[in-house]
Design a protein around this ligand. Structure first.
Ligand code: T46
Length: 143
């Protein structure tokens, strides 16, 4: 699928493996088996001040799985036509975010951790940080 043609409905919750024991839980994510891309980078957002927003950009190629490893936050997905808000609050659920989707993360609970598994290494050229440029990019792929 052309990355510019993606919609918010191409983003989905993936239920992750949860192994429960009296000693606690463990969740495992494996390349290809659990998620539909190879993981080349892992990073996490933490110590996020109350009321802070993250994201506010889109990617041209990057695919990501976002997990609330601790606490909760909202992800507002926007494909230029439709907005959809997904609340992440379970460490055994991941939100697959496809390329070409503007995202904003907000309403972080105190102490929350957003774990991100990403398909590519960091590349600033992959970012669309201007909302106007993002809309223009999506318009090119209409029809
Ligand atoms: C997303 C949310 C969940 C690096 O140097 N390497 C990296 O791998 C990353 C991700 C960031 N940085 C630097 C670049 C910027 O100067 O860290 C700074 C903040 O990065 P960014 O604007 O990407 O941060 P967030 O938290 O707004 O967004 C990130 C992801 O990039 C984004 O795709 O969905 O986390």
């Amino acid at each position: 699928m052309k990355t510019g043609k993606t919609s918010v409905y191409d983003c989905s919750i993936i239920e992750l493996d949860k192994h429960h024991s009296d000693a606690g839980n463990i969740t495992v994510i494996e390349n290809q088996d659990t998620i539909p891309f190879e993981v080349n980078r892992v990073y996490y957002l933490y110590d996020i001040p109350g009321g802070q927003e993250r994201g506010g950009h889109a990617h041209k190629e990057l695919r990501q799985l976002l997990v609330a490893a601790s606490g909760s936050f909202d992800v507002v997905l926007n494909d230029g036509s439709v907005k959809r808000t997904v609340t992440l609050n379970r460490p055994y659920q991941g939100l697959l975010v496809v390329p070409g989707i503007w995202r904003e993360l907000n309403d972080f609970s105190s102490g929350s951790v957003c774990l991100v598994l990403a398909s590519h290494k960091y590349d600033e050229a992959d970012y669309m940080r201007s909302y106007e440029d993002f809309l223009e990019y999506k318009r090119q792929f209409l029809n």
